[in-house]
Design a protein. Sequence first.
Length: 259
Amino acid sequence: RIVESKNPAFAVGAFVVGDAGWRTHFISDGKGLRLLPSNWPESLPRSLALGTVGMPGLTAYFGLLEVCKMKPGETVLVNAAAGAVGSVVGQLAKIGGCRVVGCAGSDDKVAYLKKIGFDDAFNYKTVKSLDEALRKASPDGYDCFFDNVGGEFASVAINQMKKYGRIAVCGAISQYNDSVPQKGPYVQMPMIFKELQMEGFLVTRWNNRWEEGLQALLKWVVEGKVKCPEQVTEGFENMPMAFIGMLKGENLGKAVVKV
């Protein structure tokens, strides 16, 4: 919230999104600040501008439409599916007429995924075989794979892609804290024989289309077609705990700290 301003583009009392780091206040010349959409409903929590109607939601939006190029009737696989990005991926895929399979790290998260419309979901921590779980969820394989995890999961899933499947590499949370890099298996054989497309991306590629994405997401949220789970932690001093908890998968949806 802007508390003082000499910039006519940013009135006192207006709300903006900015990448200013972990702090309670900051001074800005206005560069890099984004006003909330002017049609933001009063009834909608503004914190959603950090999640579903913000960067994570846009990551799902452009990753599915531009990288996966999903089509109605296809089967979409998403891991870390109860997180800020994955939960939106699944719901947007359903809006797009796809069948959606998700995985998460607890039974409560799996139940939530089914509640918000995933066709199938499983707890990757408790299944005996990841390969069998993926095959059971979609015996015919997967057209699109939205990968937030990398590592072993991606190595198993790539072998269950359909011919000409598309893989959007969004994250690799299974590898972020590795002190020693993980070794194969490697992707070349399934990539060649299934003629797959695999593409890494950053959402900033579509900076010139953010307004388009935000308006689409905002419309679906207002219409109730996209649910927006948030895990809100109270207190600036609890920010490190919230961040570490997010990396451990303790959050459902977007992890937010209320200062």
